[in-house]
Design a protein around this ligand. Structure first.
Ligand SMILES: [Zn+2]
Ligand SMILES: [Zn+2]
Ligand SMILES: [Zn+2]
Ligand SMILES: [Zn+2]
Ligand SMILES: [Zn+2]
Ligand SMILES: [Zn+2]
Length: 210
């Protein structure tokens, strides 16, 4: 006769007891056992938080959409690590602001020192920006064009921004798509028989050039 299996252990708190007021009941998630309450989001307190802080011994878990509300960071490269607000990586650039510093992107004031929302270029140490503003920039231009808006550095700038949780998508940036469309214009106009030609120089100029 087979021996009775030991009760399953929660992968998060390593206990096997269940109680309705404490850890809650045991739940199977992705093939592992965990208490319902051990899987709660530490920000919204709701169930099913799949992102965990990477720091050893930190038990904070959260939903990805909740993470920015409390200053948690998720890195979108390598091991895709996440960190809670207490253990998130910080910029270590030593820099001083000159008087009231504004965001180089939106021109609104930034905080007095580096924080979750206020960041600086590690290369020129001169360009300050909001997290949301530099994230917007990264989405617009993509990996190949992402650079400090002030000194255009990529070598130190891009890895540091990625480290700080800025997502830099490897996409064809919007500006290149526009460039390609512009390049395609004369060709289109070669076949254009519209009464009002939209070619910038007018149809006559186009015909002269062609
Ligand atoms: Zn547990
Ligand atoms: Zn949540
Ligand atoms: Zn943590
Ligand atoms: Zn800004
Ligand atoms: Zn810079
Ligand atoms: Zn035309």
């Amino acid at each position: 006769m087979a021996a009775a299996l030991p009760p399953p252990e929660c992968v998060l708190c390593h206990r096997s007891d269940t109680s309705l007021d404490g850890c809650g009941l045991m739940q199977q998630v992705d093939g592992v056992c965990a208490h319902v309450n051990c899987l709660r989001c530490c920000i919204c307190r709701k169930k099913g938080a799949t992102v965990a802080c990477r720091q050893k011994r930190c038990s904070r878990r959260f939903h990805l959409p909740c993470s920015s509300q409390r200053g948690c960071i998720s890195q979108f490269f390598g091991e895709y690590s996440s960190f809670c607000w207490e253990h998130r990586p910080q910029q270590t650039v030593e820099t001083l602001q000159e008087g009231h510093t504004t965001c180089i992107i939106c021109m609104e004031v930034v905080e007095d020192s580096l924080s979750y929302t206020t960041m600086v270029c590690p290369s020129c140490k001169h360009a300050w920006f909001h997290r949301g503003c530099i994230q917007g920039q990264a989405y617009r231009v993509g990996l190949r064009h992402f650079a400090c808006p002030h000194c255009r550095d990529q070598e130190r700038f891009v890895p540091e921004m990625a480290q700080m949780g800025i997502r830099v998508p490897d996409i064809k940036p919007a500006c290149e798509q526009e460039e390609e469309e512009e390049l395609a214009l004369p060709q289109l106009h070669g076949r254009c028989d519209a009464r009002q030609c939209l070619y910038r120089g007018g149809r006559e100029q186009w015909e002269e050039e062609g």
